[in-house]
Design a protein around this ligand. Structure first.
Ligand SMILES: [Zn+2]
Length: 337
């Protein structure tokens, strides 16, 4: 089969790889219907995170089950499935608390930007969709494998709820999904911080009530102006850079909450946050926990997170999919074998 392999910063190749096989009885092999490039894949593409050796890449997928191991009971060959970026068994004591991202037996994919993929812990990771989904729903189903669940996690972590004011830092696919999540969770004011017309449009479509194009001090002042001069109840940090984290701190009100889902690069002024009674929570999303509810919302056409995909390419053009996102010509690239 063929799949994407990152060789060095800026160098992602579509090349022949061994067909995946069942290794553990809890595995499934899934034939990819759609995959995509994640903002977090760009850390390596941009040379910010190291690439020690050529490595298969990608962790978002939906597809059709081809084979399952002897111990798999909830999915079977022919099922259309979506799986989260962080495989979990969904039965260990940590998973049973809902913290599936921190599964005691957590595993990784060996590159999901590929024609086929081995899914560890198939029962705990994959969710089968009844029948065959309508073709136009596939981007939204795929978005559940990471960005929508990650945006949801930001909102849940920051205690977004009815009547609250929310500011979202970051207008990538996760930030936009965090806007959508906040609206779904009943937030009254949802401020998307974005400087790009195309992303502002998606944010508005997802229900953002305000757009703030300023950054740094001016951005924080604009958020304060929209929140009785005190800052937002909930700030969702969806980038991970130090400047984004400091932006979040500058936008939250005393006693408010920050949800962090950007892969952290840089520090947080924890002592300042202490004196302002600001809550901090976040991390990798508990995808498997959120998946059933969010899949219902997608299948009932209540939410359409697939709007974050504004570029679709054949999997063989994966190199261009990375370049387009790196150069901000695309919010997020969808790939089909
Ligand atoms: Zn577990």
């Amino acid at each position: 089969m063929f799949g994407a392999v990152i060789h060095a910063p800026g160098d992602v190749r579509y090349e022949e790889r061994p067909d995946p096989t069942i290794v553990e009885p809890t595995d499934a092999i899934v034939r990819t219907v759609a995959a995509c490039v994640c903002g977090s894949d760009l850390w390596r593409y941009r040379g910010i995170a190291p690439v020690a050796k050529p490595t298969p890449i990608g962790h978002e997928l939906c597809g059709v089950v081809e084979t399952v191991g002897d111990a798999v009971t909830t999915v079977k060959p022919g099922d259309f499935v979506v799986g989260g970026f962080n495989p979990s068994d969904n039965v260990c004591p940590v998973c049973r608390k809902g913290a599936t991202a921190n599964c005691l037996h957590g595993a990784h994919y060996d590159g999901a930007q590929a024609e086929r993929i081995r899914v560890p812990w198939a029962d705990g990771t994959l969710l089968a969709i009844p029948g065959t989904p309508d073709a136009d729903l596939i981007p939204s189903i795929l978005a559940l494998s990471d960005v929508m669940c990650t945006g949801w996690h930001a909102a849940v972590s920051a205690q977004v709820g009815p009547g609250k004011s929310v500011a979202v830092v970051g207008d990538g696919a996760v930030g936009l999904c965090a806007v959508l999540a906040s609206v779904q969770l009943g937030a009254h004011t949802v401020i998307a911080m974005s400087r790009h017309d195309d992303r502002q449009r998606v944010a508005r479509e997802f229900g953002a009530t305000h757009i703030v194009a300023d950054r740094d001090e001016a951005g924080a002042e604009a958020v304060h102006a929209l929140t009785d001069g005190i800052g937002a109840d909930c700030v969702l940090e969806c980038v991970g850079t130090e400047s984004a984290r400091l932006q979040a701190v500058a936008c939250v009100r005393p006693g408010g909450d920050i949800g962090l889902v950007g892969v952290p690069h840089g520090d947080l002024p924890v002592n300042d946050l202490f004196w302002h009674n600001v809550g901090i929570k976040g991390g990798p999303a508990h995808v498997r926990t959120y998946l059933p509810h969010l899949l219902d919302l997608v299948l009932s056409r209540t939410i359409n997170p697939g709007l974050v995909f504004d570029l679709e390419l054949p999997l063989s053009e994966v190199a261009e999919a990375y370049a387009a996102m790196d150069e901000r010509r695309a919010i997020k690239s969808l790939l089909r074998p």
